[in-house]
Design a protein around this ligand. Structure first.
Ligand code: NAD
Length: 267
């Protein structure tokens, strides 16, 4: 198995895309440290993983808090000795509010989780990877980082662009240590949460905007994450990989409709 004896920390792995990534990396032989803000959902993911005979652990931590991240990494190292793979997946969606109305606290929160959270985890894990001379960092940004978020606000878009910028710097700085850093930009991804919050009509409408004619699944993202976390991608670093079914190619929104929706949400 290609990730046998590797240890992977996946943030926000209690649900959605993060959970699918944790399952896929475990299938490939890695031991998984399942992080989530929500302790129960992290434990649930570990319960699913343990059915696959692997050795995994759940750690509740808020990635926006550097001290909590430090303790999480120390706990993981106590159990597994090191961390070879870091998937910065945890994120929160910003609300679709116009910039003029965006509460500064919402901006700070989007930055704290979506950008600084990844920074905190990288800072804590990089020394371990440098010691081994091998490491893979996979950052989950968004299609929003290619232009702008269709549903989220400027806070989300700016944070995800920031994550791409951070990844480019890290890829450059860490290459000589045998550490690859790459980004995945998911398009509209049908997680259980998205499914529970949307109508069938909306889902059909979104699928129609995707050239490959369906929503991305969490498993599609997980497959890309496994590739980037493996030595099949040994010579790939600093790359931004869109997994969006061609959604970016076809991006053409009804400007007036979109603006109207944003204005109404803001009001
Ligand atoms: P999700 O809400 O289902 O899962 C996110 C997980 O992160 C949750 O379990 C949540 O508890 C956890 N989390 C939130 N804040 C945290 C914190 N401070 N510390 C630790 N964990 C925290 O979301 P998802 O749709 O699976 O999204 C996963 C990632 O993919 C996010 O970064 C998101 O921005 C990105 N993304 C999602 C889509 C999509 O369409 N679903 C599209 C583009 C990008």
């Amino acid at each position: 198995m290609e990730l046998e004896n590797k240890v992977a920390l996946v943030t926000g792995a209690g649900s959605g895309i993060g959970q699918a990534i944790a399952l896929r990396l475990a299938e490939a032989g890695a031991h998984i440290i399942v992080n989530d803000l929500d302790a129960q959902s992290a434990k649930k993911t570990v319960a699913i993983l343990n059915g696959q005979d692997a050795c995994n652990m759940a750690i509740q931590a808020d990635i926006s808090d550097p001290e909590a991240v430090g303790s999480m990494v120390a706990e993981g190292v106590k159990r597994f000795k090191t961390i070879d793979i870091l998937v910065n997946n945890a994120g929160i969606g910003g609300a679709s509010i116009m910039v003029a109305d965006l509460p500064p606290e919402a901006w700070d929160q989007a930055m704290a989780v979506n950008l600084k959270g990844a920074f905190n985890c990288c800072q804590a894990v990089i020394p371990l990877m440098q010691q081994c001379g091998w490491g893979k960092i996979v950052n989950i940004a968004s299609l929003a980082a290619s232009r702008m978020s269709k549903l989220g606000g400027a806070d989300y878009t700016a944070a995800k662009y920031g994550l791409v910028g951070l990844s480019h710097h890290l890829a450059f700085e860490l290459a000589t240590h045998g550490i690859n850093v790459n980004v995945i930009c998911p398009g509209a991804t049908l997680t259980p949460l998205v499914e529970s919050k949307t109508t069938e009509g909306f889902r059909t409408e979104v699928a129609a905007q995707i050239p490959l004619n369906r929503w991305v699944t969490p498993e599609d993202i997980a497959e890309a994450a496994l590739f980037l976390a493996s030595d099949r991608a040994a010579m790939i670093t600093g790359v931004v990989l869109g997994v969006d079914g061609g959604q970016l190619l076809g991006i053409a929104s009804d400007y007036k409709e979109d603006l109207k929706r944003r204005t109404e949400t803001s009001a």
